[in-house]
Design a protein around this ligand. Structure first.
Ligand SMILES: [Cu+2]
Length: 225
């Protein structure tokens, strides 16, 4: 083969590899967890029930060891996502099944329940306005919507739990705490929410990995009119 032919092949291979890199980057940027829709069929003025769970390790997908939130659809299906379409100016009744363990908070302020209706959350039926993470099983995560001033600490299961869940979605036969609270959605807009407990094990100060990834410890309320 002549020099021109070899150059042409080299050029073609180079173009293909550039194309592959561009495709991979675009695919990564496009990838996003699904959004669970709580607006279709919603009757204005009636509350929306939102059920989510936290797990110590998701157990599947590209990061099986990562901590994560999951969302139950109105149809009762568990989906690995943290994105929700919610109606505006609506009471959201949250049920949060916490299957993960906890530890003492680095920042005790995150033990406060703020911004919820009545400034309370119930823990296995018991109303609380502040959690002492040194006096309980500790706190595994928070559910926090910074722009709405809402934050709820999620008390962990006992470190001696007999029946912890290892692969999500977890069912109620596994050890868990049920945390309930309500809040009002504001007007339309995108409101980020996240966990503020550095729970990204094996990442710098626990703040990388799942702490920085939508679908795991971060999400959005997509509030629509
Ligand atoms: Cu967390």
């Amino acid at each position: 083969m002549g020099r021109g032919g070899r150059l042409a092949i080299l050029g073609a291979l180079f173009a293909m590899s550039v194309g592959l890199v561009v495709f991979t980057v675009m695919a990564f940027l496009r990838s996003s967890p699904p959004t669970v829709d709580f607006t279709t069929g919603h009757q204005a003025g009636t509350p929306v029930d939102l059920t989510v769970q936290t797990v110590g390790s998701i157990g599947f997908g590209p990061h099986p060891t990562w901590v994560s939130y999951l969302t139950e659809t109105p149809g009762g299906q568990w989906v690995h996502t943290t994105l929700w379409d919610l109606p505006a100016h609506t009471r959201i009744n949250v049920t949060l099944d916490q299957y993960d363990s906890g530890s003492p908070l680095r920042n005790q302020q995150l033990g406060q329940i703020i911004g919820t209706e009545g400034t309370v959350a119930t823990y296995n039926g018991k109303p609380e306005s502040v959690i002492d993470s040194n006096d309980t099983n500790g706190v595994g995560h928070t559910f926090t919507i910074p722009t709405l001033g809402i934050s709820v600490p999620l008390v962990g299961i006992s470190p001696n739990a007999k029946n912890p869940c290892s692969v999500a979605p977890c069912t109620s036969k596994y050890d868990h705490n049920v945390i309930r609270f309500s809040f009002m959605t504001p007007g339309p807009g995108q409101y980020p929410w996240q966990c503020f407990v550095p729970c990204g094990l094996a990442y710098l100060y626990g703040n990388g990995g799942p702490m920085q990834t939508v679908g795991y410890m971060d999400g959005f309320l997509k509030v629509v009119a």
